[in-house]
Write a protein that binds this ligand. Structure first.
Ligand code: ADP
Ligand code: MG
Length: 215
């Protein structure tokens, strides 16, 4: 369950963004729509605890994300959050398999090769484990980022413009995999997009329309 309560974020020397109150039940899909600059990525960063609200709250599973200490937030993110950022942030120096080992290492847990292999297979990436990110197609790299996001069974899965650089077929596949993997870990799925194909593909999703802040 995710709730926005009187949420505002003011960039220093930038726009003052306000977000309408919202409640999305656990396991549901929320579509954050709006033109470029409307605040979609900012909202995802607030949901991920990467930015702290100027005022108001983001509550995830009843927890006020902005009220946690940086250390608590890191632990919370590791345990509950899967994030597929717009720029995928795969490590160029590491193989696909090592990119997928990284979340375990960061969490101080032992790497689970069987889980990594299972996800690679499910995402049609078997055989690519030894490749580096630059040896992947855009769609493949995005599926690796998706695997990394769901590896540890998040309760909240955020994806920023997941279809932006994909053709129709790859975009449909990315959305199918996102919803399938979110359902498997019973995660609430939040997609930020200005791509009309996404709303069409997910007719049952709750919509949050952001309007551009006056400048
Ligand atoms: P979207 O993802 O919908 O395109 P963003 O959340 O990236 O929108 O940005 C919302 C607004 O905030 C835009 O006007 C953008 O220029 C501004 N903005 C984003 N990041 C910063 C920043 N670090 N400093 C100042 N303004 C920013
Ligand atoms: Mg954005």
């Amino acid at each position: 369950m995710i709730e926005l309560l009187d949420l505002h974020y003011h960039y220093r020397d930038g726009p003052r963004l306000s977000f309408a109150d919202l409640s999305a039940p656990a396991g549901s899909t929320l579509l954050v729509r709006g033109s470029s600059g409307a605040g979609k990525s900012t909202l995802l960063a607030l949901m991920a605890g990467l930015l702290t609200p100027t005022a108001g709250q983001v509550r995830v599973g009843g927890v006020d994300v902005g009220a946690m200490s940086p250390r608590q937030r890191d632990a919370w993110r590791g345990a509950h959050l899967g994030f597929v950022p717009q720029r995928l942030h795969l490590s160029a120096a590491l193989s696909v398999a090592d990119n997928l080992a990284l979340p375990y290492v960061c969490a101080g847990e032992s790497v689970q090769p069987a889980r990594i292999a299972e996800l690679l297979e499910r995402l049609g990436l078997q055989g690519l484990a030894a490749r580096r990110p630059h040896q992947l197609s855009v769609g493949q790299a995005q599926r690796v980022a998706l695997a990394r996001a769901v590896l540890r069974g998040p309760s909240l899965l955020l994806a920023d413009e997941p279809t932006a650089s994909l053709d129709d077929e790859a975009a449909a596949e990315a959305l199918r995999l996102l919803t399938e993997l979110a359902a498997l870990s019973r995660a609430t799925l939040v997609l930020a997009t200005h791509d009309a194909r996404v709303s069409q593909a997910l007719p049952g999703a709750q919509l949050l329309q952001l309007n551009k802040a006056p400048t």
